[in-house]
Write a protein of this length. Sequence first.
Length: 230
Amino acid sequence: MSKKVLIVRGGWEGHDPIGATDVFIPTLESAGFAVDIEDTPEVYADASTMNGYDLVVQCLSMTSATVDEVDGLRRAVAAGTGLAGWHGGIIDSFRASTDYLQLVGAQFAAHPHAAADRGRTDVEPYREYTVRFTEAGSAHPVTAGMEDFDVLTEQYWVLADGLNEVLADCSLVPGDGDEWPEAVTMPVAWTRRWGSGRIFATSLGHTVDVLTDPAVKPLVERGMMWAARQ
């Protein structure tokens, strides 16, 4: 029996939800997944449909979901459906839902570019930083054998909880206009278990060129495969 993946994509066009998810459809199909695509989270509220999926790949930035939709997603994951995503598509999806935040265990809070956000034009919106694999990451199936790498992209300040297993992190260094006094360690990639389900997320993925980076694409691909129903 073939595996099934549900891709739910939409929301803020700046994250190119169609282009971003299209990057990974060939990988999923090559791994034996039949791919279904939805452009709203309405399907989450349909328990019988959700029970048929082995994996949900979510790319919904700055969107909203009903109580029934979030509850349906929670129930599906708890029953064994995997959940995977990147950047705002998973950790900046349903800001008003505390039940969703508890499920994914992390939330985008801010960009480390306070001066640029206040309208200054002399502050670079992207930063170059090093993604470092943690001790846990060196032994985890998603990231074993991967080496630290540098990336030039948007950097996320992430609020996260202790249930996450952080596989990679970075230093978020204060720059011109930032108020915090010293570098802060931020998670970049992590896994999480929820009932019988698995969750993979990464803060990387602001643009398609980042997702196709040879250091980033395998990270997301392996994360999706790990998260899928076992």
